[in-house]
Design a protein around this ligand. Structure first.
Ligand SMILES: *[C@@H]1O[C@H](CO)[C@@H](O)[C@H](O)[C@H]1NC(C)=O
Ligand SMILES: *[C@@H]1O[C@H](CO)[C@@H](O)[C@H](O)[C@H]1NC(C)=O
Ligand SMILES: *[C@@H]1O[C@H](CO)[C@@H](O)[C@H](O)[C@H]1NC(C)=O
Ligand SMILES: *[C@@H]1O[C@H](CO)[C@@H](O)[C@H](O)[C@H]1NC(C)=O
Ligand SMILES: *[C@@H]1O[C@H](CO)[C@@H](O)[C@H](O)[C@H]1NC(C)=O
Ligand SMILES: *[C@@H]1O[C@H](CO)[C@@H](O)[C@H](O)[C@H]1NC(C)=O
Ligand SMILES: *[C@@H]1O[C@H](CO)[C@@H](O)[C@H](O)[C@H]1NC(C)=O
Ligand SMILES: *[C@@H]1O[C@H](CO)[C@@H](O)[C@H](O)[C@H]1NC(C)=O
Length: 772
């Protein structure tokens, strides 16, 4: 099957790396490990030479001298945190983890891009039309995008109408064989790459090395995310006539710095750690990361490169926004949920790519999909179910799913093939290639659960259905002598209702390591998004494409944060996070509660505080600011030893855990952090009462009186003390207590909102309380 070779570099290498890094190989074989040593000794960062020397000394103290060639560090971190990546045996790693100055030692993990499996076809978005970009910007925001690099020629990175690069910028524009200093401009102000060349190739003369050292994007994902966060205005953007309009990022006047830590669709944890360290040193304001480790491999915060990097970025006042993953819709599938990370879920927008199918019995069904039918009028073709055109009887169950090698090409040619899509490891792209390769005339996919992300099948007729419509199609095939069907050309529907809807693939909370923080935090558009892409010669030269995934949702929030920071330069990113959360929309364009793809009300474990609403977030009224001290205490409550925390935090020896945290109450105290949402992992029904505290900061007019009200489930009693809070010029912060009484509540998670209103603002704090 020749077509498979086309994709093998991505599919097979990712798979291979996952196996090699996750299934324990021989303990004696050296593997890359990350050694994390907490904050630098100097607050402004340790010197590169001194730290490298220290790291080499540590290595030579454990690596036997006959293997001295292994005494070398792959990456050394020394600006915002200390540590390095080196080849170690399991035994050596264990030895190093016992060192006084070491916080953790863990195998260098492989992380994934958070786009859905169709990420080789890209997209854009125009529902940010209401932004008032003419509002005077007071601050020049720099967004660091850690991703697959950038395609700098895209019109989204044009620097017209944008001023000089801020003088505080200390970054660089690294050159590669196909990337030059001139590829950076006043929009794309920095570019770095971390391609890891193997030892052998670095010894070769420069000209004969593998040409992999470049900030240039070869995958498309980094171009995509950067343009969603801060792409310039591009009139007449479209993907072959679809989604046409003005393309622009969330903050079109902000700057972009790209850090290429991923290539070929996967990312090395050590490269991400190095990229975050560099981004902090370079002077970015916001770091946007649409990457994560599968929830399956979630271990601990101190073994997680993104959580480590984001913690130290937060210490320096940088906002870190991450995608929550595409492993939904089951609960506990979320990643990137540390409290100092802004965790983003994905939803649909009001644009739907509809592809209709007419069956021979005159029944027309509305499906989804993106395909550009080149024939002028849609034609009727015979219709068959994959299961009935198997290549060999033993393959019927595979033929049902149109898996490679399972179909009889002779019986497939000239027909529209119906396949199930309930076997996750074979992507829609592969199924399309299987039937296209066998000269089929079209593909109809049937999902167990309706998929929200449209698949782009290029010129090949395609439509996708949920199981109800799917059953009608199968029944028709079964009951007809001569089944046939027509797949009509795509029909783009705008102002589709309801929208937004939680994307089926968006990962769900609760967060597996601690349920005392509500995650995800927020939802943003992540289905059928138009954004800049690398023009694909095979499909003409569209500069924009359509993609889906929390990868696309994350930069919407990064862009919104940049936009708010540019208007409110004195606000910290923790304040901006609160503003975005307490003003998020909780109803859809039918003025009904937000739903999921089962058409049921979406829970805060799916959408967090609700759907991003950047304009409302400019004027939130009250703010719940989470400080670094809250995060330090979180480390105590979570269960790290004080000694360890002193290594991690930049305050060093002055830090003490709160003395009132006894070991039995520790985890519960996490709920007391001044977070803009509330989660209580366990409220015992017999004892029934839990009390948490929050501090509200007034950012509206100085004289204000707010009154609380509750939207809650029946049975759960929620009381706020005091019910009314007052602010004057001298009093900007007021604390209040919230009491949850679960004696009469139903078991399991109870959700609701505490709403503070002054008659103008409506400050919504979402809560989740698990009654046991
Ligand atoms: C910390 O900074 C001081 C003064 O700048 C310098 O002398 C010292 O070498 C630095 N320490 C490290 C570990 O870089
Ligand atoms: C955009 O398209 C419109 C209508 O097709 C055309 O009038 C206009 O000149 C185009 N603008 C640009 C910048 O291409
Ligand atoms: C939708 O939400 C309901 C509860 O609100 C839940 O039971 C169901 O599993 C969710 N469906 C999906 C596809 O997420
Ligand atoms: C479908 O509609 C056409 C024309 O409207 C009609 O001739 C044909 O008999 C119908 N077929 C069925 C199965 O109803
Ligand atoms: C097709 O028909 C057969 C026998 O009439 C039945 O057993 C089978 O379940 C049917 N399949 C579908 C998908 O309706
Ligand atoms: C624990 O003590 C700190 C002061 O050390 C206080 O601010 C905090 O409210 C206390 N927490 C609880 C839950 O009593
Ligand atoms: C706020 O209230 C104080 C008295 O409580 C009053 O003197 C002041 O004028 C008020 N300010 C505004 C802007 O209303
Ligand atoms: C407990 O709930 C039941 C039914 O939901 C209700 O009838 C009863 O009044 C409640 N009791 C209290 C003490 O709230």
């Amino acid at each position: 099957m020749a077509f498979l070779f086309h994709f093998s570099p991505i599919i097979i290498s990712t798979f291979f790396l996952m196996i090699t890094s996750c299934i324990a190989s021989n303990d004696q074989t050296p593997k890359p490990y990350i050694v994390y040593m907490g904050s630098p000794l100097n607050n402004s960062g340790d010197s590169a030479e001194i730290s490298k020397l220290t790291h080499l000394q540590m290595l030579s103290s454990i690596i036997p001298s006959e293997e001295s060639e292994r005494i070398s560090v792959k990456h050394s971190f020394h600006h915002a945190y200390r540590g390095f990546c080196a080849l170690l045996t399991k035994q050596e790693a264990t030895l190093l983890s016992g060192y006084e100055e070491v916080v953790s030692v863990f195998p260098d993990p492989i992380l994934e891009l958070h786009t859905t499996r169709s990420w080789d076809f890209l997209a854009s978005y125009d529902s940010t039309n209401n932004y008032n970009y003419h509002a005077s910007s007071n601050y020049d925001v720099i967004i660091g995008v850690i991703d697959t690099g950038i395609w700098p020629e895209s019109p989204s990175f044009d620097d017209q109408h944008i001023g000089e690069v801020p003088s505080r910028w200390k970054g660089v524009c690294m050159e590669g064989f196909d990337f030059h200093k001139s590829n950076c401009n006043r929009k794309l102000i920095g570019a770095r790459f971390y391609d890891i060349e193997d030892e052998d190739s670095t010894k070769l003369p420069k000209t004969t090395r593998k040409p992999n050292g470049t900030p240039r994007d070869r995958v498309g994902h980094g171009t995509n995310t950067a343009s969603i966060a801060a792409g310039a205005f591009v009139p007449n953007a479209t993907y072959y006539g679809l989604a046409s309009g003005i393309a622009r990022g969330g903050s079109p006047f902000s700057r972009i710095a790209t850090y290429k830590a991923c290539s070929e669709g996967y990312c090395q944890g050590s490269a991400i750690l190095k990229a975050i360290d560099d981004a902090i040193k370079d002077g970015v304001d916001i770091i946007s990361i649409s990457i994560g480790r599968s929830f399956v491999f979630q271990t601990d915060f101190k073994d997680d490169p993104i959580a480590i990097g984001a913690f130290h970025a937060a210490e320096r006042g940088i906002g870190v926004v991450c995608s929550g993953g595409n492993e939904g819709p089951d609960p506990y599938t979320l990643t990137n949920f540390a409290p100092w990370i802004f965790t983003v879920a994905a939803s649909t927008i009001d644009r739907k790519f509809q592809t209709n199918v007419a069956l021979g019995n005159n029944v027309t069904l509305k499906g989804t999909g993106i395909s550009f039918n080149t024939s002028p009028h849609a034609e009727t073709y015979p219709l068959v179910f994959g299961e009935n055109v198997y290549f060999h009887p033993s393959l019927t169950s595979q033929a049902r799913n149109c898996m490679p090698g399972s179909l009889d090409a002779k019986k497939v040619a000239g027909k529209i093939i119906v396949c199930m899509n309930d076997y996750w490891s074979i992507s829609r792209l592969i199924k399309k290639l299987v039937v296209q390769d066998a000269n089929a005339k079209g593909l109809i996919l049937i999902d167990e659960q309706e998929k929200s992300s449209p698949f782009d099948s290029g010129n090949f007729p395609f439509a996708e259905f949920g199981k109800i419509a799917g059953a009608k199609i199968l029944q028709y095939i079964n009951s007809s002598q001569n089944p046939h069907a027509i797949i009509f050309p795509i029909n783009e529907i705008r102002r589709f209702k309801p929208a937004p809807v939680v994307a089926d693939s968006s990962s769900r909370g609760p967060a597996s390591l601690t349920e005392n923080i509500l995650k995800p935090d927020i939802t943003a558009p992540g289905v059928g998004i138009l954004s800049a892409m690398i023009p694909n010669t095979e499909k003409g030269s569209s500069l924009f494409g359509i993609t889906s995934g929390t990868s696309m949702a994350c930069p919407h929030v990064s862009g919104a944060m940049a936009f708010i920071k540019s208007i409110h330069p004195t606000w910290t990113f923790s304040m901006i996070k609160s503003a975005i959360m307490t003003t998020a929309a909780i109803s859809n364009n039918l003025r009904m509660p937000l739903t999921n793809t089962s058409n049921l009300d979406a829970s805060p474990h799916e959408i967090g505080a609700g759907e991003l609403n950047p304009i409302k977030a400019l004027n939130p009224g009250l703010i719940f600011e989470t400080t670094m001290n809250d995060y330090y205490n979180f480390l105590c409550y979570y269960g790290y030893k004080e000694k360890e925390i002193r290594l991690i935090v930049s305050k060093k020896n002055n830090f003490n855990c709160p003395r009132n945290s006894t070991s039995t109450t520790k985890k519960e105290l996490i709920s007391h952090m001044n977070y803009p949402s509330i989660s209580i992992e366990k409220l015992d029904q017999n004892y029934g009462v839990s009390r948490v505290k929050r501090v509200a900061m007034n950012v509206g007019s100085p004289n204000a009186t707010y009154t609380s009200s509750i939207i809650g489930p029946p049975g759960l009693i929620v009381r706020v003390f005091p019910e009314k809070i007052e602010f004057v010029k001298e009093i900007k912060k007021v604390s209040f207590d919230i009491l949850f009484d679960g004696k009469n509540a139903s078991k399991g998670y109870n959700f609701g909102f505490i709403i503070w209103s002054d008659g103008f603002h409506k400050v919504k704090m979402v809560f989740a309380v698990n009654v046991e």
